[in-house]
Design a protein around this ligand. Structure first.
Ligand code: MG
Length: 259
């Protein structure tokens, strides 16, 4: 789940190697929940059905869905279809159909630690232009992760993401960002998907970040629907969202949400 950009910055909480190890359990469960969700994506299923299966799975595995009740969010996953950017509320009225894309965001709490990840899935066959968008944004995520090393700055991540997104002819959403993560889902610092190299706080061992490019095919401008959650593109063109929870360590970035 993304963080609204314009929040007051405080000092990040750094995690010990033991705490990062403990966070792996939350990351792994979040990843398995996302994989389960992706396996359910097909024409004819509703996003509420996927939400129900994910919630049941997370609880059966001893976790707690991180999003349910967060800031009043009513469900366990975010499911954002096509021009929906992030924070789509699962609904029995949203039936996936061939050619759609759906960005699913899952988070789990295990032993008080939070994991957070997202992936944009295709529903059946999609147009080549859509597939190119998804491939580019996933590549941007990994480029961002590659910058999550000690001594780099927070904006090096955003610079890497933005460079790849814009080289592909796409635009980066400004209002919603990645974030620090730990015992709370949204900790310091914000991790914007844009910026100049060398700017922002220096990355140090023990920072754990949710890195999550949010990239639109058309305009970067977005707005929120009347449900007060769902973010959509102003031009109704599609948007993609990929996310991993990543620890900055002396051995380089460790992706906690990779199985
Ligand atoms: Mg997030």
């Amino acid at each position: 789940m993304t963080r609204f950009r314009f929040v007051k910055e405080r000092k990040p909480h750094l995690k010990s190697p033991g705490e990062i190890e403990a966070m792996k359990a939350a990351g792994q469960l979040s990843a398995r929940a996302l994989k389960l969700a992706g396996g359910l994506v097909r024409p004819g299923i509703t996003t509420l059905e996927i939400d129900g299966c994910v919630e049941e799975f997370i609880r059966a595995e001893g976790g707690v869905p991180a999003f349910k009740g967060y800031g009043g969010f009513p469900c366990s996953i975010c499911a954002s279809v096509n021009e929906q950017v992030v924070h789509g509320i699962p609904s029995g009225d949203v039936v996936l159909k061939e050619g759609d894309i759906v960005s699913i965001d899952t988070g789990a709490i295990v032993d008080g630690w939070v994991g957070d990840n997202a992936h944009t899935f295709t529903v059946g066959a999609v147009a080549p232009g859509i597939q190119r968008l998804l491939d580019t944004v996933e590549r941007a995520l990994w480029a961002g992760i590659g910058q999550a090393v000690c001594g780099n700055h927070i904006r090096d991540i955003g610079f890497a993401v933005q460079s790849i997104a814009e080289a592909g002819g796409y635009s980066v959403v400004r209002q919603y960002t990645g974030h620090g993560i730990g015992r709370a889902m949204h900790e310091e610092p914000s991790v914007p998907n844009f910026g100049r190299e060398g700017e922002g706080i220096m990355l140090e061992e023990g920072l754990v970040l949710a890195i999550e490019p949010i990239v639109n095919m058309g305009t970067k401008h977005v707005h929120i629907l009347e449900d007060r959650w769902t973010v959509v593109t102003d031009d109704a063109r599609p948007s993609a969202h990929f996310e991993h929870t990543v620890a900055v360590t002396g051995d380089g970035p460790v992706v906690l949400t990779r199985e």
